[in-house]
Design a protein around this ligand. Structure first.
Ligand code: DTR
Length: 340
């Protein structure tokens, strides 16, 4: 190449680079960075909803807010979530309220056998309940979303076809689910979901009681080849934010998050309901998981055993000065209002 040509190419290149720099869309650096802690691994539903919330907030604030997510208990574990957020160890945290039954008495009433049919309904019921009673235990945080799982069912390494098959069987459940297992005659082993894969692997437990999306998300279908449909309680969850951090946010950012509360809660319920169906199909196809249904007479025997649970909760709630019967009536009315 002649010298003058080399020179023109160089000038052209420099101009192009300069132009590109000027024309490239400026990526604004976020003014506010928030940390968001979660306890289970990334593919599970609490983290899927967390990523969806992050995406929406970043989009709706046009990049003014950046959310750094921490799945898998890397910032806070299951049982330290609420206190960790109050203390400011994370700005935001996602917690399963059933893991601390005595702490969240009002909202955990949704985890009683009160006939919540699915996660979407459960999430809307939980939101109504929270808005009416504004439980004192949330006074130090801002609630950003409330949702529930789908109904819980038994996943096990051995078939459970009757109450007799369940007697003494070590199954994992937490909070109300553990109470249910006890009432049914199983040996309840209490632990958060995040500890369950190891316990199953080591044979400490023979299965678990939970919503069935975990068959796929935790690959429990590989070890638990049987599902017994008992369609029992849901687990309530909350997403909370440190109150000082919330108060420090500008009004437009607060508005984006306020607008997302009901939307995010329902979105998560719908995601969960669809994902349960997908997970059960996947488990049947991939691991030939057998799904066992109880006939009406057998199911009635199981349900009979669960009745004292609600009485126990009523006594506990009353001892704390809460209007227990009114709370239960509100939940039942909200179920009828929201169910499809
Ligand atoms: N069923 C509750 C909550 C739960 C359901 N799916 C997941 C996935 C990840 C964490 C918790 C949960 C439970 O058994 O703990």
């Amino acid at each position: 190449m002649k010298r003058w040509m080399r020179c023109r190419v160089a000038i052209g290149l420099a101009t192009a680079i300069g132009l590109a720099a000027v024309l490239a869309p400026a990526v604004p650096a976020a003014e506010i960075t928030l940390s968001y802690a979660n306890f289970p691994p990334a593919p599970t539903f609490p983290c899927v909803q967390m990523e969806r919330w992050k995406t929406e907030v970043e989009k709706r604030t046009a990049g003014k807010v950046a959310v750094n997510t921490f799945p898998g208990g890397t910032l806070l574990g299951a049982k330290e979530m609420m206190d960790g957020v109050i203390a400011g160890q994370a700005d935001i945290g996602c917690l399963c309220m059933a893991y601390q039954p005595g702490r969240f008495v009002v909202t955990n009433a949704t985890g009683l056998p009160v006939g919540i049919p699915d996660a979407r309904t459960g999430s809307l019921v939980l939101l109504d309940l929270f808005n009416k009673y504004k439980p004192e235990e949330f006074a130090k945080v801002k609630v950003l979303a409330l949702f529930t799982t789908a109904q819980s069912n038994i996943m096990s390494k051995v078939p459970v076809r009757s109450l007799e098959d369940l007697q003494g069987l070590s199954l994992r459940g937490s909070g109300p689910a553990a109470q249910i297992l006890g009432a049914l005659g199983a040996n309840p082993v209490g632990m958060p979901m995040s500890d369950t894969p190891e316990a199953l692997q080591k044979g400490v437990i023979k299965g678990l009681l939970s919503s069935l999306e975990v068959l796929k998300d935790f690959k429990f279908a590989e070890t638990c080849r049987y599902v017994t449909l008992i369609d029992t309680v849901i687990y309530p969850f909350a997403v909370v934010m440190n109150m000082d951090r919330w108060n420090s946010l500008p009004a437009d950012v607060k508005q984006v998050m306020e607008d997302l509360i009901a939307e995010q809660s329902e979105w998560t319920g719908v995601y969960m309901d669809n994902h349960v169906k997908e997970s059960v199909e996947w488990s049947k196809e991939t691991y030939e998981v057998e799904v066992i249904s109880l006939d009406a007479a057998e199911k009635a025997r199981w349900d009979e055993r669960l009745k004292p649970m609600t009485d126990k909760w009523i006594a506990e709630a009353k001892a704390k000065g809460l209007p227990a019967e009114e709370i239960l009536a509100d939940i039942r009315a909200a179920v009828e209002k929201h169910r499809k």
